[in-house]
Design a binder for this molecule. Structure first.
Ligand code: IPO
Ligand code: ZN
Length: 429
């Protein structure tokens, strides 16, 4: 009996190291960075798979957070790697995304888009950035990071009393949870349009860091929050289902978005498009909106350029942002057309992110830049999810001044006629 317990204990010990082994995929040019992190405690990373661009490596769980930090320092990349839940999932990261039926992109809801755009309010975007960046940090493992999820859930819940609109937390075993607002589609509810950003922030110091993340990515969350608020205020009824997503734990290997993508794949949920808003409020370049060409869908990107030209009234350019640069990569990997409109060209990017200086003061204090992305987000939601405003809500059109006068005269005339009739009746009596 005793020897049995001993054997079990030894077996347990022997398997211990494997318990802390994690598999990540990372840009091949950053393998040295991972090696450096492991070498700090005399360990070695093991490359288990790879192609010309991407390496799959086994690394100790304790090295993941230092790796995040060093990736930011050495490569100025956020994340830059994907953490996988299994070796099998890591191998799959090297495969091409699954092929899906191409979407037909059309621009035929101009009246609806034009009714919604004037309601977008940059002061509300500012307010949300202020509230989120006032939190000490929104780190995925901190109490404040957890509180941020509840705060956002409640804010989103305040936007509608409609019983079909839901706001739910997506739990993944971390203190911080992702938040998902759903506006169900009327005629094509099984086709999902996703507009997302990440809720977490990061800076050296982990759970006790000062990481305001005003630009990265309170700006993206504030932008999509404003889009959701206005669509609901207008009582918009999309044909396809729209989901607004605030992902947890993006900064540590796209964990929140990958968990959602995994769950959706398992349930065969058909996501027809994903828009990622990660950093929208720092105008670093001459052009306004930069579409990332890598790990995104070319056809959907072209659709976005048409939306910008038609509705946003902003200038745009094209750039690349690298491997696992933000949550769009999780959708892209699953074969979902994904796009990442970004606030600046790569060479002009905000240098304050991932530091205590990523504040509203170092980005756009007026949120004039972010509101361009809100216009794009609203146009994307409407032109991809289609549908209409609820029948009770007409598309508000300001009548020209002359019409106003005629209406006034009309009412005045009616009033006078009414008065005359009353007098006339009074006379008969
Ligand atoms: C980011 C995105 C694009 C480029 I070019 C440079 C930087 C920021 C993003 N990767 C991040 O920090 N997400 O959290
Ligand atoms: Zn970041």
């Amino acid at each position: 009996m005793r020897s049995l317990i001993l054997a079990a204990a030894i077996a347990g010990c022997a398997s211990r190291p494997a318990d802390t082994t994690r598999y990540i995929s990372i840009d091949a040019d950053a393998i040295e960075t991972a090696r450096t992190v492991a070498a700090r405690h005399g360990a070695r990373i093991e490359q288990v798979d790879g192609d010309a661009n991407i390496a799959v490596i086994a690394i100790d769980a304790a090295d993941l957070e230092p790796l995040s930090e060093l990736m930011h320092q050495e490569h100025h990349r956020c994340g830059g790697f994907m953490l996988h839940e299994s070796l099998e999932d890591a191998h799959a990261a090297l495969l091409q995304p699954a092929f899906k039926d191409p979407i037909k992109y059309t621009l035929d809801r101009a009246a609806l888009v034009q009714a919604v755009l004037p309601e977008l309010d940059r002061t509300r975007i500012l307010g949300t950035i202020r509230e989120l960046s006032a939190m000490k940090n929104r780190y995925y493992r901190s109490d404040q990071g957890a509180a941020a999820s509840l705060w956002l859930r409640d804010r989103w819940r305040s936007f509608s009393t409609r019983s079909d609109v839901t706001v739910e937390l997506f739990d993944q075993g971390y203190p911080q949870q992702s938040v998902i607002l759903t506006i169900p589609g009327s005629t094509r509810p099984d086709e999902i349009v996703v507009i997302g950003g990440h809720l977490d922030s990061i800076a050296p110091g982990g759970t006790s860091s000062t990481a305001p993340g005003a630009d990265d990515d309170a700006s993206g969350i504030a932008t999509l929050t404003e889009v959701a608020r206005v669509l609901l205020a207008k009582d918009y009824r999309p044909a396809r289902t729209i989901k607004f997503m605030a992902y947890a734990a993006e900064e540590v290997g796209l964990r929140g978005s990958q968990a959602i993508v995994r769950a959706y794949k398992k349930r065969n949920i058909n996501v027809v498009g994903a828009l990622q808003l990660d950093m929208t409020n720092y105008k670093g370049s001459d052009k306004d909106i930069w579409l990332m060409k890598d790990f995104t869908d070319a056809a959907q990107n072209t659709f976005l350029t048409r939306l910008i030209d038609t509705y946003v009234g902003a200038t745009w350019g094209l750039d690349v942002c690298g491997y696992a640069c933000s949550d769009h990569a999780a959708w892209h990997r699953a074969g979902v057309p994904a796009s990442m409109p970004f606030e600046s060209a790569s060479r002009d990017r905000n240098q304050k992110i991932h530091t205590p200086s990523d504040t509203l003061e170092t980005s756009d204090r007026n949120a004039a830049h972010a509101v361009k992305f809100a216009r794009l987000g609203a146009a994307y939601a409407i032109e991809l999810a289609k549908g209409e405003l609820a029948s009770s809500t007409s598309i508000a059109q300001t009548p020209p001044a002359s019409t106003c006068w005629w209406t006034l005269f009309g009412f005045a005339g009616l009033g006078l006629a009414g008065l005359g009739l009353t007098r006339w009746f009074a006379r008969i009596d």
